[in-house]
Each structure stands twice: as C-alpha cells, then as structure tokens.
Design a protein around this ligand. Sequence first.
Ligand code: URA
Length: 278
Amino acid sequence: MKEARDTVGRKKTPRWLEAARRRQGPVVPGERADWLARALGRAGVMPRAEAERAIREGRVELGGRVEREPFAPVHAGQQVRVDGQVRSLEAPLRVVMFHKPAGVVVAGTDPEGVGTVFERLREVLPGELQGHEWFAIGRLDRDTTGLLLFTNDERVVQHGTSPETHLPKRYVAEVAGRPSEEALTRLREGLELDDGPTRPAGARLLGPDRVELVLTEGRHHQVKRMLAAVGHPVRTLHREAVGSVVLDVPVGAWRQLSDSEVSEGLGFRTDATTAEQG
Ligand code: URA
C-alpha cells in the first residue's frame, strides 16, 4: 500500500501521531494507530464530523478524562465514554451496495445543490447504520447510475480503488453510433488516452448501440474517454458489477454485503491488507 505523501512527495506524518507528539503522549510501537474522531466514525458511534463536534464540546472522555482533541491517538483497550455512556470502539467491517440514481454527485460537498450520494444513502439506511462514517469505494460521474459500494473501513476503499488490485468493474454504456468489431478490438487491446495507455479491457456488444466494458483500473471518466476515443461517445452509463458482486437492488436502495461477498466477491481480506495510517 502507498504511504500518504505531501504535495512535494515527503512522507506525511499521520495526524494522530502529530497530536500524540504535541501532547507528548505515548506512541505504542507496532500498534495500529487510530485517532478518536475517526475511531468513533468507524465504530458507528457517530459520523466523523459529528464526533469532532462532540469532542470539542467536551462530551467525550478517553481513559477517564475529557478529551477535546479530535486527533487524540486511541489505543486498544482504552475506555471511551460519550455523554457519560461507555461506547465500544470495536468496528465491525461493513460494506454496503447502493444503487446510485442519475443526477447526484459522489462528493462530500455539493456547491451546485444537486444532492450527494452520501445524503441519499443516509436517507435509506436504518438507525443502527447511521452512526458510521461511510466512504464511497471509488466514484461514479453525476450522470452514471448503478453499483456504488460504501464501507466504514478505509482499507476497503484502498483495496477497491487501487489499480494494483485489478478488481474488475463492469459497465454497460449506450453509445452514439454502432461500434464495429474493429472498435471493440481496440478497446480489448488497450488504447492510448491523454494520461497514458489503458489496460486491455473486456468489450462486447450487447445491442447495436450497447457496449459492455470491463475495466481493471479506474481512471477519471475512463469509460467515457475510451468509448469517445473509438468514435462512440457515451449517452448513458451504468455500472453493473464490481468484482463478482452484482447490483441486485432497485434504484435508490441498498443492502449489506455478506462476509463472503467482501472476501471472495471483492477479494478483500483483513489479514492481507494493512491500514493506511494517517
Ligand atoms: N467511467 C466513466 O467515464 N464514468 C463513470 O462514472 C465511471 C467510469
């Protein structure tokens, strides 16, 4: 896994470590580092922004003392209380599929006021899943519909979005014109885009103007750019599957993935991946 780097390529110091150094607190070698606000979000106690507020308001105790630093390092076994109640920081790994409608953005901010997938997901999640901080595993364009996965664990995001994982993503595009066998061959063999050559892709015709494309990388607007490069601009785009996890809920609906869908369908195993610390 890549280490977090700053804009000039230096290794970034994780924020929990900066906070520990500021207060000269203990830094336990080899321990999986976490910081308070993030741990609360991952464990489903409350989403990260809410946790930061609660911490600054003095509502959170760590190891028996009020903690006002959202980046305070948290160690296994430390007791956490929120509003006087002991809360567990055990974080079950959760991954959910969501059927993204057209018109909403996969972004935390929404300057155009069109709505975000995070808002849409929260509208339909049950109470017991509302406390998690949800991360989208990759992005879909505003007008793209289909399978979007969310998780409470950033390691799954890293796994699902890294080109090194080679996780296949299956799309169906309606395109302008009728792609020829030659166009499909170019897609299959890989073609040159302005940010470099693409990997070979799965490509087949499902109808005169419907193309199925399977990619193992996830570059910006990649499907649209590949199809435009062979002379068939995309009219509509839908994602059907990630790994062997196939979208099977209606538009705007969600469901939780089983453990085997996460480990076999997405190829994510907790013992095989280490967390991005920072
Ligand atoms: N490729 C695109 O061009 N757009 C998407 O939304 C996803 C993949």
